[in-house]
Ligand binder design. Structure first.
Ligand code: PLZ
Length: 460
């Protein structure tokens, strides 16, 4: 058992606002309440509709496994701001470091006059990411920017142009990363023309593989490799970019064996293998990085989200010989590795190590998966239960067949939200419910959240 011991943190002088939020669900108004509705009306008048809202409660505080809104409701958090607050919101070590830093200096631009914390974050990532080869890291502001920079480095280092991505992949919203992303609505529709030299190949999606999950890894890899060699030409490919577990695409864990085979093909053909660990990184899956699960060592790994507890930071970490090829000034950006974000990242890494959040993520999976499996037995709308650690999803289908049922997802989500459980959706077909609790969530909230979910299915 590992409940957040708030009192111990208070005693240790680490309690800082958000962590003092009682770790309990509390509904005092309808969801959203009157104050949130007022703010939502202002949002609609001031912010374009293109910026969506999953659950229109306006947040005033968050910590542990709880998000508190402007009406005083406390919701159980199964989203972590889309896999960002792995260490919890306003985690004590993050707050302490950021508070100190904000009073010292807020920005110099690392490319103008550097500072130590940026270098420390890079040293840490070089040490902690898969593989014991010589590495270099540089810092940027978002996941999309990290992926875009990984492609820049791969193209520069190989002198090649083509980039290979996968069905169900998600890599961001910039021109290049939107192009790398598989799903049209809402990410690409109307935003073309797209970037050139991007090619898409099949992903080993066990639940939906036509000849069954047992053949999936081998057949999908063979198809992907065949397309690369026959349609693009392996010698034209700069990079293969893949999420070790497809996130936005529906938490699709490629059939075991697929990732190592693709990585091996890349190695044999001088192609840079880029693992996009933006969503899977930083203990989320029960390993520090999801690639570790099958011992895959990427040439470049992109990270963001969980890296800095919510401060905008992302990183590109890669083989020194690739990364060092680029000429001075060829990489960078005004804010990349902002000192507040770097301090936050150091606080995150300390928290993961000291609170053993890798083990916590595994424990969350051990609690959630059997409960969800039992729900699958009980409710035939649940077609598949999958995931690792604290990155878990269920896929909803028309009973008996695998036809995606996004309407059922919408209905379950509505009920969960009304009951004070924040859940997110995903999936190419919009039919996946995904669970990404903060790794520090107390177990009673995890259990309570699963109970709410079960009740939502029972009422469906
Ligand atoms: N790569 C694997 O999951 C971001 C997108 C939210 P940014 N996923 C959340 C939305 O609808 O915009 C993501 C990811 C993977 C890259 C990204 C992009 O990261 O920090 O959002 O740019």
């Amino acid at each position: 058992m590992c409940h957040i011991d708030v009192s111990a943190q208070v005693e240790a002088g680490l309690n800082v606002g958000a962590m003092s939020i009682p770790q309990e669900r509390r509904l005092v108004t309808a969801i959203p309440g009157p104050r949130s509705q007022e703010l939502l009306a202002r949002k609609q008048a001031a912010v374009p509709g293109g910026i969506g809202t999953t659950l229109p409660v306006f947040v005033t505080r968050a910590g542990g496994g709880v998000v508190e809104d402007a009406d005083g409701n406390r919701l159980i958090d199964f989203g972590s701001g889309i896999a960002v607050t792995n260490v919890g919101n306003a985690a004590p070590r993050v707050v302490e470091r950021v508070q100190k830093q904000v009073a010292e200096f807020t920005h110099t631009c690392f490319m103008v006059t550097p500072y130590e914390s940026y270098v420390q974050v890079c040293e840490k990532l070089n040490e902690l990411t898969p593989g014991d080869h010589d590495k270099r890291t540089f810092l940027v502001n978002s996941g999309a920017e990290a992926v875009e920079n990984a492609v820049k480095v791969a193209r520069y280092a190989t002198g090649r142009q083509a980039v290979v991505v996968f069905d169900h992949g998600y890599h961001g919203r910039t021109l290049l990363t939107m192009t790398l992303t598989a799903k049209n609505m809402p990410y690409k529709q109307g935003f073309g023309p797209y970037a050139p030299e991007v090619y898409r190949v099949p992903l080993a999606y066990p639940y939906r593989w036509p000849t069954g999950p047992e053949n999936c890894a081998e057949e999908a890899a063979a198809e992907a490799i065949d397309m690369i060699t026959k349609q693009i030409g392996a010698t034209n490919v700069a990079a293969v970019v893949i999420e070790p577990i497809a996130g936005e695409g529906g938490f699709i864990e490629p059939a075991r064996g697929f990732l190592p085979r693709i990585a091996e093909f890349c190695r044999e053909n001088g192609i840079v293998f880029v693992a996009d660990e933006v969503q899977t990184g930083f203990a989320r899956t029960g390993d520090l990085f999801a690639c570790e699960h099958e011992g895959v060592v990427p040439d470049i790994i992109t990270t963001a989200k969980g890296i800095a507890g919510g401060l905008p930071l992302a990183a590109v970490t890669g083989r020194a010989e690739l990364m060092d090829k680029v000429h001075p000034g060829g990489l960078g950006g005004t804010y990349g590795g902002n000192p507040l974000a770097c301090e936050a990242a150091l606080g995150v890494l300390e928290t993961i190590a000291e609170e053993d959040l890798v083990a916590r993520a595994r424990r969350i999976g051990e609690i959630m998966l059997p409960r969800l499996e039992a729900m699958r037995e009980r409710f035939d709308v649940i077609g598949d239960v999958r995931g690792r650690g604290a990155m878990i999803a269920i896929e909803l289908v028309r009973p008996g067949i695998k036809e995606p049922d996004p309407a059922a997802v919408a209905e379950v989500v509505k009920r969960c939200h009304a009951a004070g459980l924040l859940v997110l959706t995903a999936g190419t077909y919009g039919n996946v419910l995904r669970f990404l609790p903060p790794l520090v969530i107390p177990e009673h909230l995890l259990e309570e959240g699963l109970g709410i979910l079960e009740k939502a299915f029972a009422e469906l």
